[in-house]
Design a protein around this ligand. Structure first.
Ligand code: V55
Ligand code: FE
Length: 503
């Protein structure tokens, strides 16, 4: 057992590979507010085994879920891998069996019929289930108390797409879930399947569309009445996959599209608005106003992933890939297929989040990790060479940007907004954020007051361990957790999934 000597497995990004519980995390500054009751869950890639092919891309590690349970002014930590079918097959073999990212032609024949999903991208609490998500496969249900894996979840068979996005949206008016799968009929197909599930988690609407080309569709926009699918030319092709190319390749000669669909309309068609190639990963929010649709995303001129190269062999351009929070606007009253793009923030940033009570609606605040030039060349940067050194709160009403610097030799991971209990005002609550402390090779969890972001944290929790960069996160209220705790059927379902094996 040894990981290759590659930067992606070195330093702070050295695989964590531990499952641990820390009761009562040390609070080294401030105090945990007593009204913070619930749990913060985040997931990220953390490979169980060294790469079968000697190298890999950072998006391909096995999903590792971290949980921070806040209760009575204390916080407890738990870390567990998701027992995906891939994880179980490799653990039982004692060696890696899956090859390149999403490339079944490179897998060991022993796993020819095993799902390769890693459940490493997002966690979602909806319909009484905690789901770990990866956009190339079905969700995997995990136990919100123990973090044990309950098993793949296909909505009782109603999820007919082979895939489901890692960035579904909850409509706060109804509690329903809006989501989609791309490459929905298999690798590199251009089918998009759109679903809505009611607040109890039953799929109640399904409609299929075709994209103008097969490409990554990582996130989307949802408004009260519309969906917006932002399609960028990070293309995929089955023959090229068979020939050993990376799953995605950047083709800036193709246009980008915004595909607009009326929600919950059985007759809905998809209308594609067209523009020059741009790239974005994540949606801050989307909303409709006066016959227009607005979608806010950090947008760059080129693909941000160096490991999905330019299709004609051009070098990766880190400057062109720098993303800025921007707004796409579509005028539904105009026959034109154009859209406009306007920058909303002058500092680069990624990992946008909001007070999700305003999701799909007109909103005021966006929270985002801000990126700045790395002053110290010994510190790791991101793909663009920039460091996530600050959190920012963009006030869309005033245009004001409030920032919080997380310290030297430090970087933020994605924040999450937790509403203050019984509050109604958008943005009234806490911002939780994991901070990488590079000098100590350790992680802190900061609790910030979202309305006083520039002040010192409400509390700093010092973890005795290192949590390598993760991706996305969710919050479960204390009330929902108490109900989950009382439901003992989850333990039986976990046992059924693992068949009593000690995995
Ligand atoms: C992304 C992340 C993924 C993936 C595809 O951030 C796109 C974008 C962690 O996995 O598989
Ligand atoms: Fe994402």
């Amino acid at each position: 057992m040894k990981f290759p000597d590659l930067p992606m497995y070195a330093g702070f990004q050295r695989p964590g590979r531990f499952e641990a519980d820390v009761r009562d995390i040390e609070v080294v500054q401030g105090a945990i507010p007593h009204d913070l009751d619930g749990a913060f869950y985040r997931v990220g890639p953390d490979p169980q085994f060294p790469p079968l092919l000697g190298t890999d891309i950072p998006l391909n590690g096995d999903g590792m879920v971290s949980m921070f349970r806040f209760e009575n002014g204390r916080a407890h930590f738990r870390n567990r891998w998701v027992r995906t079918p891939k994880f179980i097959a490799e653990r039982e073999a004692g060696e890696p069996l899956f090859g390149a990212y999403r490339n079944p032609f490179t897998d060991d024949p022993r796993v020819a019929n095993v799902c390769g999903g890693t459940a490493n991208t997002n966690v979602l609490w909806h319909g009484g289930k905690l789901l770990a998500l990866k956009e190339d496969s079905h969700p995997v249900e995990i136990d919100p108390i123990t973090l044990d894996t309950i098993g793949p979840w296909s909505y009782d068979g109603a999820l007919t797409s082979e895939t489901a996005t890692a960035h579904p949206k909850i409509d706060p008016r109804t509690g329903s879930l809006v989501f989609f799968g791309y490459a929905a009929r298999g690798e590199a197909t251009n089918d998009i399947a759109y679903y809505e599930a009611d607040a109890s988690g039953n799929i109640v609407f399904e409609k299929w569309f075709e994209a103008p080309y097969s490409a990554m569709l990582h996130d989307f926009g949802v408004t009260e009445n519309y969906l917006i699918f932002p399609l960028f030319p990070l293309v995929s092709d089955l023959q090229r996959l068979k020939d050993g190319h990376p799953y995605f390749e950047w083709n800036p000669e193709k246009p980008m599209y915004l595909g607009v669909v009326r929600r919950r309309d059985p007759e809905a068609k998809i209308n594609w608005y067209v523009g020059p190639a741009r790239f974005a990963s994540h949606t801050m929010n989307a909303f409709e106003q006066d016959g227009k649709l607005h979608v806010d995303m950090p947008v760059g001129d080129a693909c941000v992933f160096p490991f999905f190269p330019e299709i004609n062999g051009a070098d990766f351009d880190p400057d062109a890939a720098v993303p800025y929070v921007s707004r796409w606007t579509i005028d539904l009253t105009s026959p034109s297929t154009d859209f406009s793009l306007n920058r909303l923030c002058d500092i680069p940033g990624e990992f946008p989040r909001i007070d999700e009570r305003s999701s799909t609606l007109g909103y005021r605040y966006g929270f985002v990790c801000l990126q700045e030039t790395v002053q110290d060349p010994t510190l790791p940067g991101s793909f663009t060479g920039l460091r996530f050194s600050k959190l920012g709160r963009v006030d869309h009403r005033t245009g004001e940007l409030t920032t919080h610097y997380v310290g030297d030799a430090s970087a933020t991971q994605e924040p999450i907004f937790v509403p203050r209990p019984n509050s109604v005002d958008e943005g009234d609550g806490y911002l939780l954020v994991l901070v990488n402390r590079y000098a100590e090779m350790r992680s802190d969890l900061l609790i910030l007051d979202a309305q006083r972001l520039d002040e010192e944290p409400v509390a700093t929790l010092a973890l005795p361990l290192r949590l390598r960069n993760g991706l996305h996160s969710t919050w479960i209220s204390g009330e929902d957790l108490t109900a989950a705790e009382a439901d003992h059927s989850r333990l039986e379902r976990t046992h059924a999934h693992t068949a009593g094996r000690n995995l």
